[in-house]
Design a binder for this molecule. Structure first.
Ligand SMILES: [Zn+2]
Ligand SMILES: [Zn+2]
Length: 331
């Protein structure tokens, strides 16, 4: 679906097959000379065919299109290499030492190793009882990014990307992903939020080890943008909305409540990651915990771990390791 959401800005909805999110909003900022496409969808043929067809209808030739990746999650960066033409640019932030694209590829491999560790920590029997279909989850998490290094343009805080009469300023917003970057055009008040602020769901904050501290970083990044004078928030999933401040406050409150709920669970004797996560309240559309897919369980463990890591950092809880298992107590 293509929709002009603002002068020269088109939302192109790209389907995400077999995924709870069902679709990603990509935004085409159409300029006279060059246009910029923000995000791309999974590394699947359907993403490139939807995007190619849309670009054709909008009369944007591939060699006049640059792309901007809000962050390196597969539903955003996946199809980048199949869209970017020789000589075009793929803008994205990457870690300070990650000037090379190998960093991005490596981070996915490293992530898989850590996700497997997290799953085994939460479900000590998973390793011995895992079923083949559950193993398939990891296939989708690896993406290739064979964009030649010459086509990659690293962006940093304050860099400006101009197209279609807009001057989008890059605002680094780590938390949901290390490299997450939002785009803000001061003149129009348009804010392209990626996965940092969503209207219909709470952005997913995950730690796969207790040193990551992604929730602290996320809440800091949320504060950073709360007071921006914004006329329209264009997220990567779900509806476009107004009222950035209110939404930021709602999201912060959600995390506060989750911390309280986890503390209550710990006080009631749920002291391991597996016990805490399986007793938290999740929006699973009435699917009971023991029927959740491995993908959903990993999300729940990662999200719970992010809150536990935050609580440890704030000295609300303590951790004791017994027989190789992490046990959490009120501090
Ligand atoms: Zn994401
Ligand atoms: Zn996403």
């Amino acid at each position: 679906m293509i929709e002009e959401v603002c002068k020269n800005i088109f939302r192109i909805t790209v389907p995400l097959p077999n995924n709870a999110l069902s679709a990603v909003n990509t935004y085409l900022v159409k300029g006279d000379e060059r246009s910029v496409l923000v995000d791309t969808g999974f590394d699947l043929p359907i993403s490139s065919s939807v995007l190619r067809r849309a670009l054709e209808l909008l009369q944007v030739p591939p060699d006049r299109l640059d792309i901007f990746i809000t962050h390196q999650h597969p539903d955003h960066a996946g199809a980048a290499y199949s869209i970017v033409a020789p000589g075009a640019l793929a803008y994205s932030h990457c870690a300070p030492d990650g000037s090379s694209l190998d960093f991005i590829r490596f981070s996915f491999e490293e992530q898989e190793r850590l996700v497997r560790k997290l799953l085994s920590a939460a479900e000590p029997t998973w390793k011995s009882h895992r079923v083949e279909s559950e193993e398939k989850i990891f296939e989708r998490h690896i993406i290739s990014w064979p964009i030649p290094e010459s086509g990659f343009k690293r962006v940093d805080e304050g860099d400006v990307i101009s197209a279609g009469g807009y001057d989008f300023c890059c605002i680094l917003t780590p938390g949901h992903c290390d490299t997450h970057t939002c785009l803000y055009d001061e003149k129009s008040g348009i804010f392209i939020s990626g996965d940092h602020v969503l209207k219909d769901i709470t952005p997913h904050i995950v730690d796969v080890n207790l040193e990551m501290k992604n929730l602290s970083r996320y809440l800091k990044s949320l504060k950073k943008i709360t007071d921006l004078p914004v006329s329209s928030v264009m997220p990567a999933h779900g509806s476009i909305f107004t009222g950035l401040r209110e939404r930021c406050e709602e999201i912060a409150l959600h995390h506060e409540q989750r911390i309280k709920d986890i503390m209550t669970l710990i006080d009631c004797g749920n002291n391991t990651l597996g016990n805490i996560a399986s007793n938290c309240i999740w929006n699973t559309r009435n699917v009971p915990w023991n029927e959740l897919s491995v993908e959903m369980r990993i999300f729940a463990y990662g999200e719970t771990y992010a809150h536990l890591s935050y609580m440890l950092n704030e000295r609300l809880i303590e951790i004791v390791e017994t027989d190789g298992q992490e046990i959490f107590y009120r501090a």
